[in-house]
Write a new protein. Structure first.
Length: 346
């Protein structure tokens, strides 16, 4: 990459082996089900998260929307974390396009909804209320610095859902980060949900794409919802080929990104003027704050990192920042960030 970019893992470029796989991918018309590379990716993805079938989609947002439109009908209610990506950062798709009524609940420092509150949020069977239909969960939890939520939580959610005949969908945009951080097979987490979406385009470095996984019957219905939102693509094997490289080569190495994030967080925590909670740093991202006492404004901090070391950080509008590591960030880049930040803040 042409810069040291800590803004997000979405900025990561595909590696040379990925570009080569894309160039050489066998293709067909995927709307006819005839693209062998898409079919291969969908099968691999489903296997890795322990579901029967997969559906290649253009983005994580499309995967979540397709899942919600398939599980729910107009007037159905969904319980969702109030700071979850699906509720807060997907343009309100469930309500705008699906007529699905969100019931947002607060989450704790790790991104978990309180289970007693959740049970109370399930409506009585009464015409005043929407139908109880869905519970949406997220792992790792983006708004809580990518915290990997442990599997017990999802087991308990499953139990509540079953008691109330509800469906659970997981926005697992970074499920492999969560699984690697927890040292679990992803299936140990996803076994508790009916469907899961994950992104190929973040830490896994693919240029485009996510996969929605669930039962064979669910995915067959989801194909119609994907068509509805304009997401049925043709020779999409060119893109899916990158996703296959993601799943074969890029999952286990996420541990390196986690180590780099930890290294950066531990280093930043020691610089006067920077405030963060190192214990919450478990995957490839974390939040930190610039103290009021810092000698520069947040905007100046961002500008000087860029000018002095080609280090890109998002934000600068408030004292809160997020730093994210990925394949294109190495230990030397972390060291340069720390050295530059120290110089700016001294
Ligand atoms: C990135 C992300 C998504 C999907 O984002 P797209 O940009 O649409 O691929 C969904 N949920 C979470 C938690 C994410 O981080």
């Amino acid at each position: 990459m042409d810069r040291i970019d800590f803004r997000s893992d979405t900025v990561s470029w595909p590696m040379p082996s990925m570009r080569e796989a894309m160039a050489n991918a066998p293709v067909g018309d995927d709307v006819y089900g005839e693209d062998p590379t898409v079919n291969k990716l969908e099968a691999m993805a489903a296997e890795m998260v322990g579901k029967e079938a997969g559906l290649f989609v253009a983005s994580g947002t499309m995967g979540n929307l397709t899942a919600i439109l398939t599980h729910g009908r107009r007037g159905d209610g969904t319980i969702v974390g109030e700071d979850s990506h699906t509720f807060r950062a997907e343009a309100g798709g469930m309500a705008v396009l699906g007529g699905i009524v969100p019931n947002p609940l607060p989450t704790d420092v790790y991104g978990r909804m309180d289970l007693t509150t959740l049970e109370k949020a399930i409506y009585p069977d009464d015409p005043h209320y929407p139908n109880n239909r869905l519970i949406l969960v997220e792992n790792s939890y983006g708004a809580k610095g990518g915290y990997p939520i442990e599997r017990d939580y999802f087991q308990q959610i499953r139990h509540i859902a079953d008691k109330n005949s509800m469906i659970v969908h997981m926005d697992g945009a970074r499920i492999f980060n969560a699984a690697v951080a927890l040292n679990l097979d992803p299936r140990e987490i996803t076994q508790h949900v009916d469907s899961v979406t994950f992104c190929l385009s973040k830490g896994l470095c693919a240029p485009v794409g996510s996969v929605l996984c669930g039962s064979t019957e669910f995915i067959a219905q989801a194909r119609r919802a994907r068509k509805l939102v304009g997401g049925a693509m043709r020779q999409a094997g060119i893109l899916a080929a990158a996703g296959i490289v993601s799943l074969t080569e890029m999952v286990e190495r996420l541990a390196d990104d986690h180590a780099h994030a930890k290294m950066l967080a531990d280093g930043l925590a020691q610089i006067p003027g920077i405030v963060l909670e190192p214990d919450l740093v478990k995957t490839n991202m974390f939040f930190f704050e610039l103290a009021e006492s810092a000698p520069v404004t947040p905007a100046e901090f961002v500008q000087r990192l860029r000018d002095e070391a080609n280090i890109w950080l998002s934000g600068g509008y408030s004292r809160r920042f997020r730093a994210v590591t990925h394949y294109w960030i190495q230990e030397a880049d972390v060291a340069l960030f720390l050295q530059t930040a120290r110089a700016i803040l001294q």
